[in-house]
Write a protein that binds this ligand. Structure first.
Ligand SMILES: *[C@@H]1O[C@H](CO)[C@@H](O)[C@H](O)[C@H]1NC(C)=O
Ligand SMILES: *[C@@H]1O[C@H](CO)[C@@H](O)[C@H](O)[C@H]1NC(C)=O
Ligand SMILES: *[C@@H]1O[C@H](CO)[C@@H](O)[C@H](O)[C@H]1NC(C)=O
Ligand SMILES: *[C@@H]1O[C@H](CO)[C@@H](O)[C@H](O)[C@H]1NC(C)=O
Ligand SMILES: *[C@@H]1O[C@H](CO)[C@@H](O)[C@H](O)[C@H]1NC(C)=O
Ligand SMILES: *[C@@H]1O[C@H](CO)[C@@H](O)[C@H](O)[C@H]1NC(C)=O
Ligand SMILES: *[C@@H]1O[C@H](CO)[C@@H](O)[C@H](O)[C@H]1NC(C)=O
Length: 266
């Protein structure tokens, strides 16, 4: 075999292995992953998950939507069900999952790193839960399909991981109402699709980075109730889509840049 044909062979082998990995999982994989999640839920006061049982298809279960083409679980939305428990690492087996919304419950413990396997995830909503024993996980930055990330109201601590700024498709980033400290990284300017950025009610300090001027789609910026200092960057006035700006309850100084009055907010 010559060099080029050997390369083609390797490429074909790679594709073959890839498709094997794909067919390796099916709707029963999804069913058992979801039943594993159910077994991690210790309290379900309204019996929402009563019909999550081995004898029916998960596509008919409450909170589940399936993809008609792949016939796999596409969306898992258990928002506001007053569930209590931890997140089963088996959820990683929902290999085509696009939406994961466990918001407004009492989930606690670790956000399992296994979820890094959810390559197709676009919506990740863990807001209003009880993940207070950990930092914003660095591995979330590997979920490169993410469009909406909401970790609001949990009690997460530590710094904003720089990996989050690899999520170049993000349109919504909400980490407000936690105990996040440190500065707002300059790299925030990479998230050019961002429309909503909420970091209010944390312990952030330092200046508002001028790179925020790169966020040309930004409609809402909320940084209030932190310990931000320095001036309000003139660049904020150049964000032509900005409609809502909350900067109150910080230690900002200086004057309000006149560019702000040029904005579509008014
Ligand atoms: C799913 O795949 C397993 C093997 O990995 C197979 O035994 C099972 O019959 C498949 N189930 C469905 C519903 O296709
Ligand atoms: C999840 O997938 C792994 C292999 O990737 C398998 O060993 C495990 O049994 C699966 N878990 C469930 C609940 O299907
Ligand atoms: C489970 O409950 C939901 C909501 O009550 C219902 O729409 C669905 O048909 C039920 N599924 C099964 C398999 O019983
Ligand atoms: C996430 O969940 C919260 C609370 O249920 C909800 O208000 C919000 O719209 C959801 N989606 C996003 C992207 O934040
Ligand atoms: C995330 O991606 C980086 C860079 O590709 C890699 O080194 C790291 O192992 C990944 N993390 C996880 C938890 O998969
Ligand atoms: C701002 O956007 C440009 C492209 O428009 C990009 O090259 C640059 O890296 C961004 N700046 C920052 C700080 O991310
Ligand atoms: C306001 O907008 C006009 C027209 O776009 C521009 O010429 C002017 O320099 C802007 N003023 C400030 C303070 O940015």
């Amino acid at each position: 075999m010559g060099k080029p044909s050997f390369l083609v062979f390797l490429l074909l082998l790679h594709c073959f292995m890839g498709s094997l990995a794909w067919t390796d999982t099916n709707i029963s994989t999804d069913k058992y992953a979801l039943l594993a999640l159910k077994s991690y839920i210790t309290s379900d006061p309204y019996d929402f998950l009563a019909n999550w049982s081995v004898s029916s298809s998960p596509c008919n279960w409450i909170g589940i939507k399936c993809d008609t083409r792949h016939r796999r679980v596409h969306s898992l939305n258990l928002g506001g069900m007053e569930l209590k428990g931890s997140i089963s690492p088996q959820l990683r087996n929902l290999s085509i999952l696009v939406e994961l919304d466990l918001s407004d419950n009492n989930f606690y413990g670790q956000i399992p790193e296994d979820l890094v396997r959810l390559r197709n995830l676009k919506v990740f909503n863990l807001s209003y839960n009880d993940f207070h024993d950990e930092q914003v996980p660095t591995w979330i930055g590997n979920l490169s399909s993410l469009v909406q990330l909401n970790l609001r109201n949990n009690g997460l601590y530590g710094f904003i991981p720089l990996s989050l700024f690899n999520l170049l498709l993000l349109e919504i980033l909400d980490c407000s109402h936690n105990f996040i400290e440190g500065t707002i990284p300059l790299q925030v300017g990479r998230l050019e699709q961002l429309m909503i950025l909420r970091l209010a009610h944390n312990k952030l300090s330092g200046n508002i980075p001028q790179t925020i001027s790169n966020l040309s789609s930004l409609e809402l910026l909320s940084l209030s109730f932190n310990s931000l200092s320095g001036g309000i960057p003139n660049e904020i006035g150049h964000l032509s889509q900005l409609k809502t700006l909350y900067l109150g309850a910080n230690q900002l100084a200086g004057s309000i840049p006149s560019s702000i009055f040029n904005n579509s907010m008014f």
